[in-house]
Design a binder for this molecule. Structure first.
Ligand code: CS2
Ligand code: MN
Length: 390
């Protein structure tokens, strides 16, 4: 497996010289300043590539080449957006960058209610608290239908939280939920979010799937011609949010996606933390099921709670058996080598990490601190070497 590190370019307070000390050889990055839907020009791709290479790395994976909201809602004439996506892929392929991660989550990217929940010993983690999400949806956003998405117990706690919360606490909740991504990612206030949600009126699960199938049919054949491997990132969290359907959450969803365009260019980013937050998902089993089409892996862990809350656990702790998962991934790599495809090693990154130790002295993109991820990478590296020797 290839050790990689996510780097946010001009939005990342961590320098590539610092990343070099982690021992990772690959960089996962994206052109976050370019608005969604616009072409990644050859010049912009080349500039990022030379910055990465000048620091001694390979640009291993693009994460993400974003899918414009209008493609997800199927709104209007999409031919220009599809053409732009294909052109960005071509510009990347021309410079040898061939693994492209993206996601198909409506409106929000990853969603947490608390970006600094305490973990024993003074570190902090990202947390999703069902009570706070319910308070946000039902009381701050005024989405009555959300009442059906939560248990009575969670609703009672949500009402109580909302009543005693200060303005500052409510603002903090909104900004945690909006933290998603740096750069040109849209962040909304409450009226803006209501308006954006209205754009999804009438888009249920089947409609979103139809729009996703259309996207795949527009870009996968081109990716195949270019030698590009697309790999969808699962929904984080893997459940409907704000009444918006999520269609990349389970093993069955992944099967549907891989069948929609049965091509090696249509693959998966195996994100253990995202998939692992779903009560019904057995992550090593899902990895085994889609192994041949895994082009990229995100390794992290979550600890689930009965009411739907979860927190990000240290990489080898939490509910997913990381050793079992790595056995599946290493087994798949061995099969690829035996089939003469040694070049198809799976790039992985320590996905998120606790903010710990000197991480508290600096600002980072939430979930992407230096020391916490370095701890994760070191632990995963140890497991990988260990499995290789048994
Ligand atoms: C992360 C995201 O939520 C996660 O697991 O990996 O930051 C992810 O990178 C984005 O959804 C884009 O792929
Ligand atoms: Mn991930």
């Amino acid at each position: 497996m290839i050790e990689t590190w996510r780097w946010y370019g001009e939005f990342d307070p961590i320098t590539l010289a610092e990343v070099a000390q982690t021992g990772a050889s690959g960089i996962v990055t994206a052109l976050h300043a370019i608005p969604y839907g616009e072409i990644w020009s050859s010049e912009a791709v080349a500039a990022r590539k030379s910055a990465v290479e000048a620091a001694g790395f390979v640009w291993s994976v693009v994460e993400s080449l974003p899918v414009h909201e209008r493609i997800k809602t199927g709104d209007g004439d999409l031919s220009g957006l599809f053409a732009n996506y294909r052109q960005s892929m071509a510009n990347l392929a021309a410079q040898g960058i061939r693994t492209i991660c993206y996601n198909f989550m409506p409106l929000l990217d990853w969603t947490r209610t608390d970006l600094a929940a305490p973990v024993a010993g003074g570190a902090t983690c990202l947390r999703f608290e069902a009570t706070h999400m319910a308070a946000f949806e039902i009381h701050m956003l005024g989405r009555q239908a959300a009442e059906d998405d939560y248990s009575d117990e969670v609703r009672v706690r949500a009402a109580a939280w909302f009543q005693q919360a200060t303005e500052t606490e409510r603002d903090k909740l909104l900004s945690s939920i909006m933290a998603g991504m740096p750069g040109a990612f849209d962040r909304y206030d409450i009226p803006g979010l209501r308006k954006a949600l209205a754009g999804y009126d009438g888009i249920d699960r089947d409609a979103l799937r139809a729009n996703y199938a259309r996207f795949l049919s527009e870009v996968v054949p081109a990716a195949e011609d270019l030698g590009i491997r697309l790999c969808v990132h699962p929904d984080d969290p893997p459940r409907d949010i704000l009444g918006l359907p999520r269609i990349v959450s389970t093993g069955a969803d992944l099967d549907w996606i891989l069948t929609a365009q049965d091509s090696p260019a249509n693959g998966v980013t195996l994100c253990s933390g995202s998939l692992g937050a779903h009560p019904g998902n057995d992550v090593p089993a899902i990895a085994a099921q889609v192994a041949g089409r895994i082009h990229f892996a995100h390794l992290r862990n979550v600890r689930k709670e009965p009411d739907g809350s979860f927190e990000e656990a240290a990489h080898l702790e939490g509910d997913t058996d990381m050793v079992a998962l790595l056995r599946v991934l290493l087994g798949e790599e061995a099969r690829r080598r035996a089939a003469g495809r040694a070049d198809d090693a799976i790039p992985f990154r320590p996905d998120h990490g606790h903010h710990m130790l000197s991480d508290h002295d600096r600002d980072f993109v939430p979930g992407y601190p230096l020391i916490g991820r370095l701890r994760g990478l070191a632990e995963l590296r140890g497991v990988i070497r260990g499995i290789g020797h048994v």
